[in-house]
Design a binder for this molecule. Structure first.
Ligand code: NDP
Length: 329
């Protein structure tokens, strides 16, 4: 028997979470059974934990947790054997497949990545989907020519999960980082992660009035989308790129095409869910190399399975700072 946070639908059709002891026979099909050590809370976890499942959860009872790290307990796949440390993000685990909010998970071997040397299971979940995606965003910007000598890089939603990790990685790589936040009280936290400038959210909240503003940013990791992304596009330097990661501020893009046509600005889409294995491995190796562990530690808010319903609601309101690490045991 093991402990799991199970989401069950009530008579009103709304889901509610409760901790239950269940048997391994309840686990879904998959080649590898993992003893989960840590999971975390991403924006998407907030959606999955919400009473209507955020449009992501397909059936109940359900176990959420879109990412986890732990130790292989049993494997029918030659790539993994008991004792191996592994991390999982994406592949709709925690949405349509049971996820990491339990002491055990059973998944396809293809979905796992061996934990890179130098990263603990706890650190891997301090990074989690949010941090993994931040790394993918930085890699995409580099692939499109970004380097520290090009100028300041903007990170939107900076005090959130994606934003915190992006800030720490960029600063470590030698970039000047400007962090946009709606929480001025987090300025010291962001400066501690390496941000050199804090941009108040209001400065970028207004919708586009002029399609081009002065050329300010050499790159941008955008976790917010919406009107803010539209504004940022008009402030990019000639030939610079924006990595579009999130929609915390909205899915609409009230922009013009002028920055693309007159400044050669690139809008790079970042998806972490279906990333191929090789790029996952590359991103995790880069995380182990480029993310300072003391900065990662400063982002961590520890939690247990019992805290998840509250934290799920908090992250949807933009009230979670940095990264939650859930000790499922
Ligand atoms: P968080 O809630 O931790 O961070 C989002 C941050 O955005 C908040 O902390 C806040 O930062 C800012 N924010 C929130 N609401 C608004 C608003 N209305 N207007 C402007 N800024 C706002 O979430 P995550 O970091 O986990 O995820 C960020 C986004 O990235 C989400 O939309 C998520 O779905 C997406 N995502 C996408 C992935 C992909 O594969 N493409 C993978 C992972 C996440 P502050 O307080 O500093 O202003």
């Amino acid at each position: 028997m093991f402990k799991a946070l199970i989401l069950e639908q009530g008579d009103d059709g709304l889901a509610e979470a409760g901790i239950q002891e269940i048997g391994e026979d309840r686990l879904p099909e998959g080649e590898v059974t993992v003893a989960v050590e840590y999971s975390t809370v991403n924006y998407k976890d907030g959606l999955c934990l919400s009473p209507k499942g955020g449009g992501l959860v397909r059936s109940y009872p359900h176990v959420g947790g879109i990412d986890f790290a732990g130790t292989v307990e049993a494997s029918d796949d030659p790539r993994y054997e008991p004792g191996d440390k592994v991390v999982l993000t994406g592949w709709r685990v925690g949405e349509v497949h049971w996820g990491g909010y339990a002491q055990k998970a059973r998944v396809k071997a293809d979905w796992l990545v061996p934990l890179p040397e130098g990263l603990s299971t706890r650190a891997a979940m301090a990074v989690g989907t949010a941090g993994f995606t931040a790394m993918l965003a930085v890699m995409a910007l580099e692939d499109h020519g970004l380097s520290p000598d090009k100028g300041e890089v903007l990170v939107t939603g900076a005090a959130g999960g994606v934003g915190s990790v992006a800030t720490a990685i960029l600063a470590r790589l030698g970039y000047e980082v400007a962090g946009v936040t709606g929480r001025p009280e987090q300025a010291d936290y962001l400066k501690g992660l390496g941000a050199t400038r804090i941009v108040p959210r209001e400065e970028l909240a207004e919708t586009v009035k002029r399609p081009l503003e002065s050329e300010t940013w050499a790159g941008c990791v955008d976790a917010v989308g919406g009107a803010m992304l539209a504004r940022v596009l008009g402030q990019m330097k000639y030939g610079a790129s924006v990595a579009a990661v999130g929609l915390a501020g909205g899915a609409a893009l009230p922009a013009t095409v002028v920055p693309f046509l007159l400044r050669g600005v690139n809008l790079l889409g970042i998806d972490s869910v279906m990333q191929p294995y090789e790029s996952r491995q590359r991103a995790w190796a880069r995380i182990a190399r480029d993310l300072p562990m003391d900065k990662l530690e400063a982002m961590i808010q520890p939690a247990t399975l019992a805290d998840l319903p509250r934290l799920g609601a908090d992250i949807l309101k933009g009230q979670v700072k940095g990264r939650v690490v859930v000790d499922v045991n």
